[in-house]
Design a protein around this ligand. Structure first.
Ligand code: 5GP
Length: 185
């Protein structure tokens, strides 16, 4: 697998350090407001991120997963995402933190924020490990007192590892890197 990677963008240690910072900020913000957040992770890509993040958040939280699909097995989004696997827990009146691996066009987050609003969340924050602002098409808005927590700005390249896949592979790499173009062409 490692020999399919052209370059490493974020090492295991950099990811861990940044997640500690994000978790401290989230803990401080929600401690200050007195709200107990409902963490909702976007499957499958955020599974490692949320596992590492919640262990560093020192608050009483709930954890749930949601799935929205817009990607096939290619490297470019194929349109409007749909919620294909809904919530188990009720978010009505809750302060939701949506945990996402990467924000690209913004379509997925915008769809999921709408879904949380429709389901009665009091506020919706977003915690995204990576943000590719160069590719933004939809400017999603957090809801109520919600905030946008961002791990790293990501260059406009297709990245894999630490939960992120190409054709369902590479999710278990401990770092985030760029695939060699010959792998996906
Ligand atoms: P958006 O709806 O913001 O365009 O895309 C969000 C989803 O697209 C992410 O949750 C992720 O699954 C996928 N995605 C966007 N950019 C990348 C990338 O560089 N690598 C991988 N593996 N997935 C990406």
């Amino acid at each position: 697998m490692n020999d399919h990677i052209r370059k490493i963008l974020f090492t295991e240690q950099q990811i861990s350090q940044r997640i500690s910072e994000l978790a401290s900020t989230i803990t401080a913000d929600f401690n200050a407001s007195g709200a107990a957040p409902a963490v909702v992770a976007v499957a499958t890509g955020a599974f490692l991120f949320v596992a590492d993040l919640v262990r560093k958040i020192h608050l009483p939280i709930t954890v749930d997963f949601i799935r929205a699909e817009s990607y096939g097995s290619g490297t470019v989004s194929n349109g409007q995402p749909l919620v294909s696997f809904g919530l188990k827990l009720d978010v009505r009146g809750k302060h939701v933190i949506l945990v996402e691996d990467i924000v690209d066009t913004g379509n997925t987050l915008s769809c999921l924020i709408d879904y949380m609003k429709t389901n009665g969340a009091s506020s919706v924050s977003v915690c995204a490990l990576l943000d590719k602002p160069a590719r933004r098409k939809v400017h999603f808005q957090v809801v109520g007192e919600g905030k946008f927590y961002r791990g790293f700005e990501c260059p406009d390249e297709f990245v894999v590892g630490y939960g992120l896949d190409f054709a369902e592979q590479y999710r278990n790499l401990p770092y985030i890197g760029v695939l060699k173009p010959e792998i996906y062409k």
